[in-house]
Design a protein around this ligand. Sequence first.
Ligand SMILES: [Zn+2]
Length: 210
Amino acid sequence: MMGLFDTIRDNVSARQVAEYYGLKINRNDMACCPFHNDRHPSMKLDKRFHCFGCQADGDAVDYVGRLYGLGAKEAAYKIADDFNIPIEPWKRESREERNTRIRNAKEKEIEMNIRRAYAEELRQFRLKMSEFFRVLHDWEQKYAPTQEQWNAEMIDERFVTAIHCKDRVEYILDVLDFGEDEEIYDIYKHREEIIEYYEREITKAQQRAA
Ligand SMILES: [Zn+2]
């Protein structure tokens, strides 16, 4: 007689369930890990999954359990439900178990949507900062004063602004890419002021240079 977990494992791989519940897997069987703040694919998926970033590891049941905050049994039921895997009647969950499972999964789903929205806003913020960086970097090269301009103190505003702002913008990008979650969140909280500030500095330099 086959147990519940074996039945599930025999029918679906970690990769299949991950894809079914929304994970995008690339051609190398790698994906951005949903269990840590992963910006480059660190998770390998096959019969099992393994994240080289946070060491999350397991099979289809473990994946779903973790994703939806379910116990192993509930996760197995969920997979059986969603994938139409027949389970021997005495191994099925009770109505009460089922209701609890669905409620838990729903709460988790909401939490995940919030997390996804945060990741997207973070991505937009990063994009904006890298645009600023590109402009400033360009200006630093393009409007660098010649010796005569330097001596005459005829220095292009754009160069001044580049020198003034570039390191800080680069620092923010660094934190966004490599910082701890809390550092990232600290900067993220101020993203509107930050964007506004650099937009203003850049516009001001353009106007003065014109
Ligand atoms: Zn991970």
